[in-house]
Design a protein around this ligand. Structure first.
Ligand code: PRT
Ligand code: MG
Length: 216
């Protein structure tokens, strides 16, 4: 770990966009836009702060291993990762959505649950799905996918899906309907545990600025 540098891991798209005002509150302005730049390491107005642009699901891994000191990751991603070696000091209240169970229109989910039917569930969020259905006492066959879960019930791969929903337009466009809410999702600031101690003087003001900006 380069102790002179503060490294922040972010994903492109909604997390980067919604983290920009929080970075600004901490006096950090990226020198490039990751959507137009192909660079994976982006500098900032502060010579001692840089950004890593990585896949959303990889953020906890970089921070856990100390390749990044800080990062921003969805609760969905953190649950699947497990959160080992990470402080999660702030719920940033950004990139909000809901983890839901969805089915094709016309599938009687409530009746299937009532009669104790075995459900096949397609999802990228296997830990979340396993815990949720175990809690309800519903037996499931889990089918792990990496994306486009909406397709699975349309072609008979699964009865239901577990996915994130924000506007609901993706479900609607695929003749699916949300039948149960699992949890509210937002993104968290994550901090490497060793960096929290070793770089405390420089990391603490960033955490504080994020906290204040997220609450305001
Ligand atoms: O997209 P990519 O495969 O590169 O990676 P990713 O999906 O992991 O990253 P990204 O940037 O899409 O999402 C990062 C984080 O944003 C997630 O981990 C969530 O915490 C959060 N977030 C908030 C969402 C959504 N809203 C969201 N709507 N992540 C994904 N979606 C997807 C959802 O999976 C579904 O396919 O958008 C679709 C539904 O959107 P609506 O508006 O049609 O309901
Ligand atoms: Mg996505």
């Amino acid at each position: 770990m380069d102790s002179s540098m503060i490294t922040i891991a972010l994903s492109k798209g909604r997390i980067f966009e919604e983290t920009l005002p929080l970075l600004a509150a901490a006096g950090i302005v990226p020198s490039e836009n990751p959507d137009s730049s192909r660079k994976l390491i982006i500098g900032t107005n502060r010579p001692d702060v840089r950004l890593l642009i990585i896949r959303a699901t990889d953020v906890p891994t970089y921070v856990q291993h100390g390749a990044a000191d800080l990062g921003v990751a969805g609760k969905d991603v953190l649950i699947e990762h497990g959160g080992d070696g990470l402080y999660q000091p702030v719920d940033l209240n950004i990139a909000k959505c809901r983890m839901m169970v969805a089915t094709p229109i016309g599938f009687d989910y409530a009746a299937a649950v009532r009669r104790g039917a075995r459900l096949s569930v397609a999802t990228k969020y296997v830990k979340t799905a396993r815990l949720f259905f175990a809690g309800k006492g519903v037996h499931i066959d889990l089918i792990k996918l990496y994306g486009s879960m909406e397709l699975a019930p349309l072609v008979g791969l699964s009865d239901v899906i577990v996915d994130l929903v924000s506007t609901g337009s993706t479900l609607k466009a695929n003749n699916l309907v949300a039948v149960e809410s699992i949890m509210e999702i937002s993104s968290r600031l994550v901090v490497n545990e060793a960096a929290m101690k070793l770089k405390h003087d420089r990391i603490q003001p960033i955490i504080q600025a994020f906290k204040t900006a997220a609450a305001g």
